[in-house]
Design a protein around this ligand. Structure first.
Ligand code: ADP
Ligand code: ADP
Length: 225
């Protein structure tokens, strides 16, 4: 579905990504794991066109993504949930979710998806009229994912959804990610939390200072870690 080949990305003269190749097959959960500064976010930003790689290729269902504008990603079914639980703090939960459906006109469809998101995240339903800025960190992360789902992604990419959250909340969020996957969404997960990510991953890649140092089935890497 998504193919990255020999990708090189530099900031000024510093190479953040030094030639990586990876693949996300349709219907899988794939993780890209690495420490702070390894190049995980740079990889994600390259996919959606927020940084311009110096070399290599990125294709999605055979289509060249490097020449696809960022604003068209959602149209192609690619949604990125950015790092840092970005929510519109002054808007309600419901308003935040509706923003996720901004590109779609059919009210009935949007309503159906809203119900889908509320089913996945009952906590968001309970709090639909609450200002997003007053939610807990975990709830804000759920809202950020829920808003991503409102654009009906085929490929949902998440940048460190577990960052700064308590273990129980992380467990809950990862359980929901598995649930989202079961309902037909392909997932690319970026994580520092190797344990949590590997447990739910079909395939995983370990990124170290801009290079893939390991790859394999999630469970195998978990056993070897
Ligand atoms: P990760 O997401 O794994 O923490 P990043 O992709 O954010 O890693 O960063 C990879 C490397 O690129 C780091 O050394 C970081 O300092 C550098 N970097 C990231 N963004 C920029 C930028 N806008 N300008 C210069 N260097 C950057
Ligand atoms: P940056 O400041 O890093 O350039 P932007 O603020 O332009 O990033 O936002 C990037 C994306 O993140 C936007 O497309 C938007 O959907 C989302 N975003 C930005 N700010 C917020 C916010 N306060 N609440 C929710 N989403 C936000």
């Amino acid at each position: 579905m998504l193919k990255i080949e020999n990708l090189v990305v530099s900031y000024n003269s510093i190479e953040a990504i030094k030639g990586i190749t990876l693949e996300v097959n349709e219907g899988k959960i794939v993780s890209l794991i690495g420490a702070n500064g390894a190049g995980k976010s740079t990889t994600l930003k390259s996919i959606v066109g927020l940084v311009k790689p110096q070399r290599g290729s990125i294709t999605y269902q055979g289509k060249d993504l490097l020449s696809t504008p960022t604003k068209d990603m959602v149209k192609h079914g690619i949604t990125l949930v950015p790092e840092g639980r970005r929510v519109f703090a002054n808007l309600t939960v419901l308003e935040n979710l509706k923003i996720g459906a901004y590109s779609r006109k059919d009210e009935k469809e949007v309503q159906k998806d809203l119900e889908w998101v509320y089913e996945l995240f009952p906590k968001l339903k309970e709090r639909s009229w609450q200002q997003a800025g007053t939610l807990s960190g975990g709830e804000q992360q759920m809202l950020a994912v829920g808003r991503g789902l409102m654009s009906r992604p085929k490929l949902l990419m998440m940048d460190e959804p577990s960052l700064g959250l308590a273990p129980l909340i992380v467990k809950e969020i990862f359980h929901i990610i598995k649930e989202i996957h079961k309902q037909g969404v392909t997932i690319l997960l970026i994580e520092q939390n190797a344990n949590a990510a590997l447990k739910i991953s079909d395939e995983a890649y370990v990124l170290e200072t801009g290079l893939i140092s390991m790859k394999g089935k999630g469970k195998e890497l978990l056993e070897n870690s």
